[in-house]
Design a protein around this ligand. Structure first.
Ligand code: BES
Ligand code: MN
Ligand code: ZN
Length: 499
């Protein structure tokens, strides 16, 4: 939530303040400015490296007291491996590793942004700065007692020494907006469910108006009028009324069809009448990770004034058991007119998305839709926390998402769709049922969604394993990961922005 660090840029030759960070390759070679700063100490540093068995492997660190003559307190040498063919994700990692070495509280750090071959590009330096911020993120809004060194707004002061200060600053303005988007998504996922319920979520999404995003909030009456019986059925057992929010950023050509992103926003998922076991149920406050990503993404795109037309749409509900809750056996009618037999009220995300996808397909007519949803436990069994599951009816879109995933480090793995899976959700009483049995649970969930895209090019990302609770990484120590913001920002930047 609050940034524990402040990042600025200085010329490459500046003297280091506080902790000095340099980069080396896997033969321990450093760049010219770093070599100059280390001066006569370079042999000593090599001895320290040998003693610590430090070989410059990508992302590893040699952490030593600054040698005599080096104007710094500590020296960190970060390995860049081969230091060639590095991806954006590598530079993020470098920043994350450096931030991980900051002591609590006030501290100063100077990173010499060069590789053995010379100064990093402004983009690369800005990406390191992003990695620093992502790693330093902390959600401590509800902690009334701070730990030692954390009191009263103390921030680390970080400088990146770069070849072109103005260009690096400019690159970090855009990159910083994307980090802000990730921070927004993380905050939303981390917030407790008594604070962040559908109306409050809609209110927070409405803050995007400040950036020039058009925000429309559909209340229960408006959704009833549209016939969104699938989404409303999920929310009817909650004391908190449901909402759908449509966000529109028009940064592209006037009249050009937008691209669209759709998010599952189940603010809390008890399972409903098919109630979940108590163990770890608190994690279901994060069942709105898809919607959080869409809001964070819209922030990133609008703040950096992306030259594209983009629509974000999120379905916000709370899935509760109650006298008004829907039952297994109920049949609901979706906005599309298709009827759904409820077998398990805990398969609620697909019901919410059914109506929002249909709404977007029909009213927005986008170039494509990508939905994000913490949809199934089965995807976590299949892919763990390293990849989101991707399902798509369009190879071009799928390939672009795969590439954006590799570049950003927010990886996706393509899963199959097909008529054999689709027939598993046929119902004896209605057009379909909302679960497909024990086998291929993530696939039958995706087949369900596909029945509501009406032929629109579409991809579904099942982010149940990646949105929250994944193991800590170099750039994320937060429970809510903000997964998907960087992936989709990249997708838009690479393929859908006017140059
Ligand atoms: N929100 C859950 C899926 C989930 C599980 C997300 C674990 C994150 C971590 C979803 O609504 C759900 O309950 N899915 C059921 C579907 C089943 C009833 C067909 C599941 O995965 O068990
Ligand atoms: Mn559920
Ligand atoms: Zn759910």
């Amino acid at each position: 939530m609050s940034d524990a660090i402040k990042v600025g840029f200085v010329p490459l030759s500046s003297a280091a303040r506080g902790i000095m960070v340099v980069f080396c390759d896997d033969s321990l070679k450093v760049g010219p400015a770093s070599a100059k700063a280390l001066g006569g100490s370079i042999e000593l540093v090599k001895r320290a490296a040998a003693a610590a068995a430090f070989k410059g492997k990508s992302g590893t660190v040699l952490d030593i007291l600054a040698p005599e003559g080096v104007k710094a307190t500590r020296l960190l040498v970060i390995g860049a491996g081969k230091a060639s063919g590095l991806k954006a994700n590598d530079f993020l990692k470098f920043g994350g590793v450096a931030a991980g070495k900051l002591p609590a509280g006030t501290a100063a750090m100077t990173l010499v942004a060069e590789l053995p071959t010379g100064a990093m590009t402004s983009e690369q330096a800005a990406t390191i700065a992003s990695g620093l911020r992502l790693r330093a993120y902390k959600f401590d809004r509800y902690k009334t007692k701070k730990k030692d060194g954390e009191e009263g707004g103390s921030r680390a002061d970080i400088s990146l020494a770069v070849g072109d200060v103005a260009a690096a600053k400019k690159a970090f303005v855009a990159a910083g907006h994307v980090v802000d988007g990730v921070v927004i998504a993380r905050d939303l996922v981390n917030e407790p469910p008594n604070v962040l319920f559908p109306e409050e979520f809609a209110r927070r999404a409405s803050q995007l108006r400040k950036l020039g995003v058009k925000v429309e909030v559909l209340d229960v009456k408006a959704m009833q009028k549209l016939g969104m019986g699938a989404l409303l059925g999920v929310g009817q057992g909650s004391a908190r009324p449901s909402r759908t929010v449509i966000m529109r950023w028009d940064g592209g050509k006037k009249g050009e069809a937008p691209v669209a992103f759709v998010g599952k926003g189940v603010c809390f998922d008890t399972g409903g009448i098919s109630i979940k076991p108590a163990g770890s149920m608190e994690d279901m406050k994060g069942d709105m990770g898809g919607a959080a990503c869409v809001v964070g993404l819209m922030h990133a795109l609008a703040a950096r004034k992306a030259k594209a037309n983009v629509v974000g749409a999120i379905g916000l509900v709370e899935n509760m058991p109650d006298g008004n809750a829907q039952r297994p056996g109920d049949i609901v009618t979706s906005m599309s007119g298709q009827t759904i037999e409820i077998i398990n009220t805990d398969a609620e995300g697909r019901l919410v998305l059914a109506d929002v996808l249909w709404y977007v397909a029909k009213k927005v007519k986008p170039k494509f839709m990508v939905d994000l949803a913490t949809l199934t436990g089965a995807i976590v069994v299949a892919l763990g926390t390293e990849h989101a599951g991707m399902f798509s009816n369009n190879d071009e879109l799928a390939d672009r998402l795969l590439a954006a995933g590799a570049e950003s480090g927010e990886k996706v793995w393509r899963m199959p769709l097909g008529p054999e899976y689709d027939k598993l959700i046929d119902s004896q009483f209605a057009d379909m049922k909302n679960t497909g049995g024990r086998h291929g649970g993530s696939i039958t969930a995706a087949q369900f969604l596909q029945r509501f895209v009406d032929g629109t090019p579409w991809a579904h990302l099942d982010i149940a394993g990646t949105a929250m609770g994944a193991p800590k990484t170099d750039i994320n120590h937060s429970w809510g990961a903000g997964y998907g913001v960087r992936l989709l920002d990249r997708l838009v930047a690479d393929h859908y922005e006017r140059k």
